[in-house]
Design a protein around this ligand. Structure first.
Ligand code: FDM
Ligand code: MG
Length: 219
């Protein structure tokens, strides 16, 4: 029996880190559970990603940046798979859909025709990574997002960019094509209310219980 892999995706300030933490705690009431946040800035590749995000003078080709985020997920791959097979529940705060949506948004705003606008190209370096048993996308309006506190100085933390990222997320996360994908509307909801909605989806999907099914791969 193994633990399940649950992914929470969303825009900056959508509450995903808070909710990923709360979900990890809730799961821990019955099982052992662990939270992984991507990018993981503590690894060698993560340090480079951190420099890229926080230092606007640091130049990096967009394709290279995209591949670094994927390489960062592969750095944690063995550990993550081991955790699941050891019976741990793993909650992910961002994963491959952030990877695709942010790169796609860049390409769209630059009106550049390159591989960066090709979803298949963007997806390919992540092929083979564990596929989440459940993916939740926290959705809210750009208006409410703009009003939320805590906006920082990092690359990507700009309203126009977030708007583009949102539309890219909705392009690649389609619940009608993948039944493991759920959109959660967090507009106007409190932390507690969102937590309850998320928990209901997790239980409804049977993702609060150990499973015999092998871990799927992204293909
Ligand atoms: N981000 C995150 C990407 O561009 N690609 C990825 O693959 C991932 C996982 O990194 F703006 C972006 C999303 C965000 C930035 O993430 C830092 P956090 O969650 O704010 O640390
Ligand atoms: Mg951020």
């Amino acid at each position: 029996m193994r633990g399940q892999l649950i992914l929470i995706e969303g825009l900056d300030r959508s509450g995903k880190s808070t909710q990923a933490g709360l979900l990890t705690e809730r799961l821990a009431q019955a099982h052992s559970s662990q939270l992984y946040k991507f990018p993981d800035r503590s690894t060698p590749i993560g340090a480079l990603i951190n420099k890229y995000l926080t230092d606007s003078s640091f130049q990096l080709d967009d394709h290279s940046a995209h591949l670094l985020f994927s390489a960062n997920r592969w750095e944690l791959y063995t550990e993550l798979l081991q955790a699941l097979n050891d019976g741990k529940f793993v909650v992910l705060d961002r994963y491959i859909y952030s990877g695709i949506a942010y790169s796609l948004a860049k390409s769209s705003l630059k009106h550049a025709s390159s591989e960066l606008g090709d979803v298949d190209w963007l997806y390919s370096p992540d092929k083979g990574l564990p596929k989440p048993d459940l993916t939740l996308f926290l959705s809210l309006s750009i208006e409410e997002l703009g009003k939320r506190k805590g906006w920082g100085q990092e690359r990507y933390e700009l309203e126009q960019f977030q708007k583009e990222v949102k539309s890219c997320f909705l392009r690649i996360l389609d619940p009608s094509k993948d039944s493991t994908v759920h959109l959660v509307n967090v507009e106007g909801k409190s932390i507690h209310e969102v937590q309850q909605v998320i928990w209901d989806v997790v239980v409804e999907a049977g993702c609060d219980k150990l499973t015999e099914l092998p871990v799927q791969k992204l293909d």
